[in-house]
Design a protein around this ligand. Structure first.
Ligand code: SF4
Ligand code: SF4
Length: 407
């Protein structure tokens, strides 16, 4: 499926042409600065982050799937200057690891930290809940203050460089005034230098609405070559850039590094380059878990042009059966119990794509009762279907086995 009536092959050709021109005319490196990195990292490239005055390494570190102190240290030694985490990642251990590394190395003033505040939401309506849902705290000023204080303590710092409102499902959440006010207060108090929102659903709408608030400095958005709305998202990213709002790209690897993708020829450097060839993106935050991945991802910065093999591999993935869940929610009505299939697909991605069982478990834990795998236990047969071809029953079964639930 490709939106706006553009054939997949045509799209990837266009993307690749852009990448090729990056290699010769260097449009993808416009506005970048370079510096020599560590011994095994040839160079680190920086781009400005909107109007903030900050400059981020274009390959930054999504510390979502690891709490390895050595891996974080190695990234910083190589010259990465931006670590992205969240209050809920690895049940707080991501923030704790960052805090320990930065304090021990005395590098707090040299590294930019971004973290995210997460609150209960009505998943169907795409709205925050002020009362909480038994799993996540309600979206109130008091809970915001408590969560931020905990995150700062874990991070061993008095401030973060970017404070996001985590995972906004749509413009209604991204512009929810009480939470925006909480962000603005955090900035005014000095606990956050800059503020923003994150999204991996209805990205174009969220980006435009967040920019139009006039108070959002940075937006972190899902963005990759597999997203059906990638062209619309690209235009929204351009709008943000024109308005001085920094853009951080996440889910750049289309959901993971393992299993099914490899069968389809997934090429991770190609996927990362595809995102960074959009010069309106300030930085990408691949979820790195190994030293090999770190070295491979950092090496991308020295040459953003896609190789012929990378182009072929990306095209192959686009022509293969769907792997990447688009979070469109179109499958939800096909389930007898209307369970939270998109969130379960995300938990599957964490499990199979990243091998991050802890984050998958944390994702499952915040689902309200009877909206997760528990609802499948007494279900006679699965009626859930994805019009894009994702095998939902098989993934749910796999997820249940991985997390010891009986489906
Ligand atoms: S499983 Fe399919 S229908 Fe459901 S949210 Fe993902 S892409 Fe959409
Ligand atoms: S088994 Fe399928 S139809 Fe039944 S509750 Fe689970 S997802 Fe829904």
């Amino acid at each position: 499926m490709t939106p706006q009536g553009i054939d997949r092959r045509q799209f990837i050709r266009t993307a690749c042409l852009g990448a090729l021109s990056a290699g010769v005319g260097l449009p993808a490196l416009a506005g970048c600065e370079r510096k020599e990195g560590g011994t095994r990292t040839p160079e680190i490239v920086f781009r400005p982050l909107g109007r903030t005055g900050l400059k981020f390494s274009i390959v930054s570190f999504g510390v979502m799937n690891t709490d390895s102190l050595d891996l974080i240290r190695r990234a910083l030694d190589a010259g990465v200057n931006h670590l992205d985490t969240a209050h809920v990642y690895l049940r707080g251990n991501s923030e704790k690891a960052i805090g320990e590394v930065l304090e021990t190395a005395g590098m707090r003033d040299k590294v930019h930290i971004a973290t995210k505040m997460y609150f209960a939401r009505d998943r169907d309506a795409g709205l925050f809940l002020t009362d909480g849902d038994g799993r996540a705290a309600g979206a109130t000023q008091e809970n915001f203050d408590t969560q931020l204080a905990t995150s700062l303590k874990r991070l061993r710092t008095d401030y973060v460089d970017i404070l996001y409102l985590h995972n906004c499902y749509g413009p209604e959440m991204a512009t929810y005034e009480p939470m925006l006010n909480s962000l603005v207060k955090a900035k005014a108090s000095g606990k956050a230098r800059f503020i923003g929102v994150t999204t991996h659903r209805r990205e174009p709408d969220v980006i435009r609405a967040a920019v139009d608030t006039g108070v959002v400095d940075v937006i972190e958005t899902a963005y990759n070559f597999m997203k059906e709305n990638r062209e619309e998202t690209s235009r929204a990213i351009e709008y943000a850039h024109q308005n001085g709002v920094g853009i951080i790209a996440m889910k750049t690897q289309g959901g993971g590094r393992l299993s099914e993708e490899k069968k389809a020829g997934m090429n991770h450097t190609g996927a990362l380059k595809w995102v960074l060839n959009d010069t309106n993106v300030s930085a990408a935050i691949p979820g790195i878990t190994t030293f090999d991945q770190l070295e491979t991802d950092l090496a991308v910065m020295s040459n953003l042009a896609l190789s012929d093999q990378e182009k072929r591999d990306l095209e192959l993935v686009l022509s293969a059966p769907a792997f990447y869940c688009q979070s469109c929610r179109e499958c939800v009505p096909s389930c007898r119990e209307r369970i939270e299939i998109p969130t379960l697909m995300r938990a599957y991605m964490y499990t199979e794509g990243y091998g991050n069982l802890a984050q998958a478990a944390a994702t499952l834990e915040v689902l309200p009762e009877a909206r997760g795998l528990d609802a499948c236990r007494d279900c006679p047969s699965c009626t859930a279907s994805c019009r894009r071809g994702i095998d939902i029953p098989r993934r749910l079964q796999s997820l249940a086995e991985s997390h010891a639930f009986a489906v």
